[in-house]
Design a protein around this ligand. Sequence first.
Ligand code: PMT
Length: 221
Amino acid sequence: LTPQLLKDQVVVVTAGGTTEPLDPVRFIGNRSSGKMGYAVAQVAAMLGAKVILISTRPELAVPAQLERVIYVQTAAELQGAVQAVYDQANIVVMAAAVADFKPVQYAPQKIKKQVNQTDFQLNLTKNPDILAALGQQKTTQFLVGFAAETNDLLSNAQVKLAAKQVDLLVANDVSQTDRGFNADDNEVTLLWADGTTEKLPLTTKVTIATQILTRIAQVQK
Ligand code: PMT
């Protein structure tokens, strides 16, 4: 590790899964543990960057030497937090798993089941695509997205690379238990905006984060 590799760079990292409340006791969520994003934040700080971590996981230990940690729950809160620091960011890494849809209405009291009720319709509405909006507003930031896929990893990731106007898309398979969601390890394919791809074999998320950030530092020079 080169300690000064990201010196003076402001790195914004999002980590964890957003939750969308339905009533005071229920929410729509996903299986993101925050480990991948925290690994990126930890390594970026070790490389000398000023790291702003936007996290849905207040129970996780904060890596050493972070500039700031902002806790959020919903996609709307995550968007507000990342937009507020986007202007000052040099590198933005969207490792968070963002809910694509949220309940149309929040019930302020716990939703009760009725006697004899056998089914329940839940109406959802689309959340904003935070990363795509960052892609449209991009000026000098180096923008990194992740793609979480259970099938057709590379073709699905290619679509996201173009649609979200990112500089680098990190594609990972989330259909297996030894990588992706909640595992300590990951295996990813890097898809760069210029069309080149590179597979990073299964290793710890900290090593994956090191490989990603080292490559970004090289292309930024
Ligand atoms: O947290 P871990 O347990 O360690 O797991 C890591 C991870 C699997 C969550 C991580 O490696 C990962 O893949 N993160 C992205 C999850 C995701 O939301 O993927 P997606 O393919 O649905 O979205 C693509 C990209 O768009 C992501 O960068 C996402 O942050 C972003 N997005 C998605 C939807 C939305 N409404 N707004 C967004 O900004």
